[in-house]
Design a protein around this ligand. Sequence first.
Ligand code: C2E
Ligand code: CA
Ligand code: CA
Length: 563
Amino acid sequence: MLKNHEKFHSANGKRTILVADDEQINRAILGAILENDFEVLYAENGKEALEILEENREIISVVLLDLMMPVMSGMDLLRHLKEEPELQRIPVIVLTSDQTAEIECLSLGAIDFISKPYPQAGVILARVTRIIELSEDQQIIHSTERDPLTGLYNREYFYRYAEQFDQFHKEMDMDAIVLDVNHFHMINERYGKHCGDDVLRRVGESVRNVVRESGGIVCRRSGDTFMVYCPHREDYRDILENASVSFTEDASSDNRVRLRMGVYSRVDKVLDIERRFDRAKSASDTVRGSFAKTIGFYDSAMLETELYEERLVEDFSAAIRQEQFTVFYQPKFNVRSENPVLSSAEALVRWQHPELGMISPAVFIPLFENNGLIQKLDTYVWQHAAAQIRDWKDRLGVSVPISVNVSRIDMYDPGLVEEFQALLKKYELLPGEFLLEITESAYTQDSAQIISTVKRLRNLGFMIEMDDFGTGYSSLNMISSLPIDALKLDMKFIRDAFRDGKDTRLIELIIDIADYLNVPVIAEGVETEEQLNALRAMGCEIVQGYYFSRPVPAVEFERFLKG
Ligand code: C2E
Ligand code: CA
Ligand code: CA
């Protein structure tokens, strides 16, 4: 590794300077002053200078530029440099006798001036050296504090600058804003990573341009999420509108990226800066998937939720120790024949909190998925489910397969396969008795690793049900190459299909896909006889839902076993 300042040296250890001046005498004077300490390259006009710059962009530390030159003037060269990101970083000192040109040069990106006739050699040397130092320092800062893709601050520096900003503007009302690109992975998939990167760059740039005016700062938080910290504003739409860049050349309105925004307005400065952005992020999540609403605001209701969730996290360990979690079971019936036959049960966890009462997994599962507690909880549920299968076998002499939910986070655990094997061994179960429900969206995230884990599990005889099918974005390509044993149709399809004016086309499509893959479809959330009959007519084999039973405690479930 090069030490920071070393990377700027040319081969002989000196930094390189480009002198661009059409007059031989001026080149000679500057050369005499600089050649002792620097490697000096010369150009006689702007065009030549540009060519030299392009060839030596890595090593040129500074350009001394005359404004009046034939072929291409110094001013034109400055304009050129401004356009090219890679040349932009090279500082330019303008050599001029015309004081009035200074303003224009500055606006074109010149960093300093040396007036003609030239001042003393010592003055020139000192200036040049100083400018080089400054620009190198800035580049070092830049290379560590910026996100390489967008050139925006990275998260760490962003937080630091935001804190600094607060110190100097203690009284100022500030907003924390999070911007997410909707369905960004679709852009990547359809148009390629190159296009995706380009979109992120342009979104970043547009946001920066809007908020810079008001003194705001911007960073890329990760992936397709941006953060903005800016003085409080009343209207946020301009940020959103500017950031909705188009993702193909043809800039008509329907190929603009859709963004959603979360605003935590007039932040409470007592909170850590990160917490403020967590709040903005939560606000953004409230409008996820909504077409009508693109901006979500953090409000007092969300504050209450936040406090409630904190409480749940705090109480988690004790709850596990004291077995406050119970596992409920919901039957799945095979409906191919006239009389439905019990085929398996899904294990669904409940939290019987001593003070807060019964809590639904819809509340705590997403929370525990965010902070990693889910693994402990799932292990707990799997243990109980396995013990339950054993118990029913021993006591009632029946074997009912039980499916457990495997969270996306669990799938990253390198010990997962062994954990399931140990479980089977402990309770002397067959792999076919222990079904695994893995949500479709898990496959879309880091498919390679997940697919290999699924394959290992399946080779060992475990059966995999793809849960929530139709809500993730797995490709047909992927699921057909991936061995699964059932598609579990997400509840929303049934809900939508039977709302007003029955429309079951989507369900039929999914059943088609399942046929093609040669696996059964499990429909969940079936509540009425009408739904049951329609699904059955479409060829759906297995049905789960309130029509048959809600999830119930193990004892209650036994009525399905004795029947
Ligand atoms: P899921 O895996 O999609 O489970 C189905 C959910 O639909 C369950 O909600 C179930 O009670 C509900 N449901 C079943 N039939 C009907 C019906 O006919 N109508 C309606 N309206 N709802 C029905 P529940 O038990 O609240 O679980 C919610 C989610 O929490 C589950 O969705 C699952 O993603 C997660 N979950 C539950 N238990 C566990 C667990 O032990 N581990 C993990 N990782 N996730 C779990
Ligand atoms: Ca499930
Ligand atoms: Ca589901």
